[in-house]
Design a protein around this ligand. Structure first.
Ligand code: SAM
Length: 228
């Protein structure tokens, strides 16, 4: 599916987030890397925006972007070339459930709008925690299910379910892919549930930021310095 929509993926992100998605990744990159020196990993890197945002952080020495879809990485590579960033970012075709990196390797790992797509979120989060060194961080940026009984939590899923497929058809020519998106969000977790899964993966949640009226969350977990 991501191969099919790769050409229009960035445009849809911009339209659906009201142009805010770059700012969300910048915030997540800052929270993931502030005060940490070393290499960073972006899992489910897609067209490369999160990896680019990490590469622009002053303390980050190198970024690896990993994704399982060739066509998304091709887009990312074109962007890196245009931005003169091919030395700062490497791209790897791979699976989030089996990260091809040794333990304790990175200062930070991020995942943006990716964990919703993983077959086994717990396993992918454990992999991210494994490859980050003690004291390092894992940050997840994700569309989350709204909780509670606020009017927005009732209206948002209806809006999202109706409008997203229309945008997908109009801008990406792919109604099915953009019907899957709102369906996957409804099946997905609240920010609190994502935080609990990160804690189960061995991370201590140190920051949670909400954006877009609470429908988008940035969660930052730290790998404890001593094994627990
Ligand atoms: C919605 S896109 C997110 C792209 C990017 N992180 C962003 O912030 O825009 C989800 C990406 O997850 C990738 N993906 C899905 N399952 C994966 C897996 N098991 N391992 C690695 N990447 C995966 C897809 O190929 C796709 O590029």
């Amino acid at each position: 599916m991501f191969g099919r929509i790769s050409a229009r993926y960035d445009l849809l992100n911009t339209v659906m987030s009201g142009g805010r998605h770059h700012a969300w990744r910048r915030t997540a990159s800052r929270l993931a890397t502030d005060g940490l020196e070393g290499a960073a990993l972006d899992v489910a890197a897609g067209t490369g925006d999160f990896a680019i945002s990490l590469a622009l952080r002053p303390s980050v020495s190198h970024v690896v972007g990993l994704d399982s879809t060739d066509a998304m990485l091709d887009r990312a590579w074109s962007k890196l070339r245009r931005g003169g960033l091919t030395r700062s970012v490497s791209l790897v075709l791979g699976d989030a459930h089996h990260l091809p990196f040794p333990d304790d390797h990175f200062a930070a790992a991020t995942v943006g709008f990716g964990i919703r797509n993983f077959a086994d979120v717990g396993r992918a989060l454990r992999e991210m925690a494994r490859v980050v060194r003690p004291g390092g961080r894992v940050a997840a940026l994700e569309i989350v299910r709204l909780t509670g009984r606020s009017p927005l939590s009732l209206v948002f899923p209806v809006y999202f379910r109706r409008v997203t497929p229309l945008l997908g058809t109009a801008l990406a020519g792919d109604r099915a892919a953009y019907t899957y998106l709102p369906e996957s969000v409804e099946k997905f977790h609240s920010a609190e549930e994502v935080g609990a899964m990160m804690e189960e993966a061995g991370l201590k949640i140190i920051d949670v930021r909400k954006r877009a009226l609470g429908s988008v969350a940035i969660l930052v977990g730290e790998r404890p310095r001593t094994r627990q």
